[in-house]
Design a protein around this ligand. Structure first.
Ligand code: PBG
Length: 331
C-alpha cells in the first residue's frame, strides 16, 4: 500500500485544509429571503406549514426588515395578500397595494436592502390563476401581459430594485421590459422565473399566500416535470426577451436543470429552494429525525454546486445566523 500515489485523505486532515480545497462556497451574500406581507395592524401570523415564517403587517414588517438587514442578507422577495380578490387581480397593480406599501417601507427602513417583488396575479385573482381567464376557465396569455407589466411598473414606481415575474405567460419578460423602459425604469432589473415547473412542492406557499387555484391546475402554463430541453428553451427565450437573471424553480428535484442552465448562460443564475423543500426539512428536524443545520447547509451547498449563483430560500435567516456563529465559515 505504501506505493499509492494519490491519497485523497491527505487533503481532508483539518478544517484549514478542507477549507483550502473547498470547491464551492456559500455565504450570506448568496441568499434572498422571501417575505409575506398583509394588511392590518400588529399582524405577525405564523404560517402553520412553514414554522418560523410569518405574514407581516407593514407596521411590524419594519422590525423584521431591520433584523434581516442586520444579518447581512442582501435582499428580500415580496409576496402580498390583498384585502379582496377580483377577476382581474386589481390589487396586484394598485398604487397603494400591499406589496407597493411594503416596498416603500423597506426603502425607508433599510434603503440598502434589495426589494425584489414577485410579479404575478394568483394571490390577487378570485379564481387563483396567474392570468386573466375566459368564461371557460382558460388562462389567456396575451391579455394577461398588460396586467403583469402594470404590476411590475407599479412595483418599480414604489421603489423595487428587481421585478420577478413568476406567472409563466409567454412573452411577459419582453412586455415588462418594454413598459419599464418606456416609463423611465430602464435601470430596474428583471429576474425571470424562467423554468418554473408545475410542482407539488408549492403546497405550503399556497397556504401562506392563499393563492391556490379555485379550479383546475397550473399545468397549462407552468412546465411539465419530465422536460429538460424545454427548460433550456425557456431560459434562452427569457434571455432573448431581456431578462437580467434567470431562475430555475423548484431547486432540489431540478438540480440537473440548474447545471444545464449554468452551461448555457453567463447571466446570474437563481434557484428557488421552494416552500415544500423547506417544510420537509423543518418537519423532519422538528421530529428529531435530522440535524436541520447540517441538512439545510448541504442542500444550499448542493444548489450552489449545481451552478446557482443566488438562492431564494426560507432558510436564509437561519443560514445567516449559523454562518455568523461559525465565524463566516460553513457550519
Ligand atoms: C406565484 C408563485 C408561487 C410561488 C412563487 N410565486 C406559487 C405557484 O406558482 O403556485 C411558489 C413559491 C414556493 O413554493 O415557495 N405564481
Amino acid at each position: 500500500m505504501s506505493e499509492m500515489l494519490y491519497r485523497p485523505r491527505r487533503l481532508r486532515r483539518s478544517d484549514a485544509l478542507r477549507r483550502l480545497v473547498a470547491e464551492t462556497t456559500l455565504t450570506v451574500h448568496d441568499l434572498i429571503y422571501p417575505l409575506f406581507v398583509t394588511h392590518g395592524q400588529s399582524v405577525q401570523e405564523e404560517i402553520a406549514s412553514m414554522p418560523g415564517n410569518f405574514r407581516w403587517s407593514i407596521d411590524l414588517l419594519t422590525g423584521e426588515i431591520e433584523r434581516i438587514a442586520a444579518l447581512g442578507i442582501p435582499g428580500v422577495l415580496l409576496f402580498g395578500l390583498p384585502v379582496s380578490k377580483d377577476m382581474e387581480g386589481s390589487e396586484a397593480y394598485a398604487e397603494d397595494g400591499i406589496v407597493q406599501q411594503a416596498v416603500r417601507a423597506i426603502k425607508k427602513t433599510a434603503p440598502g436592502l434589495l426589494a425584489v417583488t414577485d410579479v404575478c396575479l394568483c394571490e390577487y385573482t378570485s379564481h387563483g390563476h396567474c392570468g386573466r381567464t375566459d368564461s371557460n376557465g382558460q388562462v389567456l396569455n396575451d391579455p394577461t401581459l398588460e396586467l403583469l407589466s402594470r404590476t411590475a411598473l407599479s412595483h418599480a414606481q414604489a421603489g423595487a430594485d428587481i421585478v420577478a415575474p413568476s406567472d409563466m405567460m409567454d412573452g411577459r419578460v419582453r412586455a415588462i421590459r418594454q413598459d419599464l423602459d418606456a416609463e423611465g425604469f430602464s435601470h430596474i432589473a428583471v429576474m425571470a422565473y424562467s423554468a418554473k415547473y408545475a410542482s407539488g412542492f408549492y403546497g405550503p406557499f399556497r397556504e401562506a399566500a392563499d393563492s391556490a387555484p379555485q379550479f383546475g391546475d397550473r399545468k397549462s402554463y407552468q412546465m411539465d416535470p419530465p422536460n429538460r430541453r424545454e427548460a433550456l428553451r425557456e431560459v434562452k427565450l427569457d434571455i432573448a426577451e431581456g431578462a437580467d437573471m434567470v431562475m430555475i424553480k423548484p431547486a432540489l428535484a431540478y438540480l440537473d436543470i440548474i447545471r444545464e442552465a449554468r452551461a448555457i448562460t453567463d447571466l446570474p443564475l437563481v434557484a428557488y429552494n421552494v416552500s415544500g423543500e423547506f417544510s420537509m426539512v423543518k418537519a423532519a428536524a422538528m421530529n428529531g429525525w435530522i440535524d436541520e443545520k447540517r441538512v439545510a447547509t448541504e442542500i444550499l451547498l448542493g444548489i450552489k454546486r449545481a451552478g446557482a449563483d443566488i438562492i431564494l430560500t426560507y432558510h436564509a435567516k437561519e443560514m445567516a445566523r449559523w454562518l455568523i456563529e461559525n465565524g463566516g465559515h460553513l457550519p
